[in-house]
Design a protein around this ligand. Structure first.
Ligand code: FES
Length: 255
């Protein structure tokens, strides 16, 4: 009788043990799920981290390191050394060039339709800026569109200068060429930095300049492909401080 009571008691405990086990298993699964969710959330937020940036292109006047506005006459024809400024964000380098011929006379750079070989689309390069008849100043992103090399690897070669390791000897370089020594891409700065030779399949992004009535110059936008490595020209970097209306042009001194 006692035995049968014990047996009954044992039998009546079984559902309770099973319930605890089920409960414990459930808790383990929930805890593991929560831990995994936490890890995934960290990974996902790392991947889609909110991009710092701007909603519109700023207007920034080009100035020298002393804060004095750069004027047309301040920039040497054929820009024998590298002049750079940052736009539209504070870590986006751009070439500033005054284009000329082999004799050192500035040329007027007209608008041009530029093809993006990567997808066959086109955009309109607005041409250079400067006094009437001398619109010879242009600006382009200084980050190669192939794999992102920056100056001095990507470099402007004035007219009449041979480009080492290419078919552009002094005689072939009539109006200046931008060449990237990382893998050999070349761009035509008098035609919206269209692709002359690959491996790049995208022109350099064009930095839109405005020639102001007082002879100064401002950067006001970008056109063409997106700056290399960014989802948009206005994000993925550090904006200039609020209220800043200038960007400093630096002559790096590199020929
Ligand atoms: S990064 Fe410029 S050619 Fe490859």
């Amino acid at each position: 009788m006692v035995e049968s009571q014990n047996a009954k008691s044992k039998t009546s405990d079984q559902p309770s043990d099973q319930g605890r086990r089920t409960f414990l298993k459930t808790m383990i699964v929930v805890a593991a799920g929560a831990a995994l969710a936490g890890v995934l959330k960290g990974v996902v937020s790392e991947i889609i981290a909110p991009q710092v940036g701007l909603s519109t292109f700023p207007t920034l006047q080009l100035v020298n390191s002393a804060g004095t506005p750069i004027k047309y006459s301040d920039i040497p024809v054929n820009t024998p050394t590298t002049w750079l400024f940052y736009y539209p964000l504070s870590n986006d380098p751009n070439f500033l060039l005054k284009l000329g011929d082999k004799n050192g006379s500035p040329i007027s750079v007209g608008p041009a339709s530029v093809t993006i070989p990567a997808d066959g689309s086109t955009f309109v390069f607005p041409g250079g800026v400067g006094p009437e008849g001398s619109q010879s100043i242009v600006a382009y992103s200084a980050i190669c569109q192939h794999l992102g090399c920056v100056p001095p690897e990507i470099h402007y070669y004035p007219p009449g200068q041979a480009i080492p390791g290419t078919s552009y000897g002094a005689a072939q370089n009539n109006y200046g060429i931008i060449h990237c020594s990382c893998h050999g891409s070349t761009y035509d700065p008098k035609s919206g930095c269209a692709v002359l030779t690959g491996p790049t399949s995208r022109p350099l992004p064009n930095t839109i300049l405005r020639y102001n009535q007082d002879g100064t110059i401002s950067a006001v936008g970008m056109i063409g492909p997106t700056i290399y490595g960014k989802a948009s020209d206005l994000t993925g970097g550090t904006p200039f401080p609020a209220g800043q209306v200038t960007t400093v042009v630096t002559n790096t001194g590199e020929a």
